[in-house]
Design a protein around this ligand. Structure first.
Ligand SMILES: [Fe+2]
Length: 189
């Protein structure tokens, strides 16, 4: 996928928002603004070709991923979530912002307690909506509709170069995040 100009601009705007007292609020607003007219944004972001969607070792197709920007203080990407898979709970170890621009994401949330992970709530994230996570945020995503959920993801750090966790979907036991373990903890739905 070629990066559309609107996402190049989002990166520039996010970089300008870094290092302020209210960086998180600014980034939240920027992600909200970029998905405010979701159909218009969807028109500018090409669909992933089938060859761009990896099949995991266990046969799951999670969705295409296009990295727009990756640096130690900022990651911006387009991420599709395909139906048919319940993805496992995980953290990011950094603030994260997700703005959906097509389809619908089912978001489930957990919180850490002295007794381990506890489910809190969940919500459907429709096109045009944004969810923001703090450093300790834990979620799992799936696409409840029979269509991909497409979203812009912004992380305040390098999401590919950080120690973070994935949790067993049944026991909620915590493990170091690796792509293989993430795959192992996916379930068909
Ligand atoms: Fe996530």
């Amino acid at each position: 996928m070629e990066t559309p100009a609107i996402l190049e601009q989002l990166v520039t705007d996010c970089q300008a928002a870094l290092g302020h007292d209210d960086t998180r609020a600014r980034i939240h607003q920027l992600v909200q603004a970029v998905v405010v007219e979701p159909a218009k944004l969807a028109d500018q972001i090409p669909a992933f070709a089938s060859g761009e969607v990896e099949v995991s070792p266990r046969g799951f197709r999670l969705g295409g991923e296009h990295i727009v920007h990756q640096s130690p203080d900022l990651t911006v990407m387009v991420l599709d979530t395909l139906p048919g898979v319940e993805q496992p709970p995980h953290d990011h170890a950094m603030p994260a912002f997700i703005g959906v621009f097509a389809g619908c994401e089912e978001q489930r949330f957990w919180t850490r307690t002295d007794d381990g992970l506890v489910p809190t709530t969940g919500r459907l994230l429709e096109a045009g909506e944004v969810v923001a996570f703090g450093v300790r945020g834990i979620h799992a995503i799936s696409a409840p509709d029979h269509a991909p959920a497409r979203a812009v993801h912004v992380y305040l750090g390098d999401i590919y170069d950080v120690d973070r966790s994935v949790f067993h979907p049944d026991t909620l036991e915590e493990f170091e995040m690796t792509s293989d373990r993430y795959d192992e903890f996916c379930r068909p739905r």
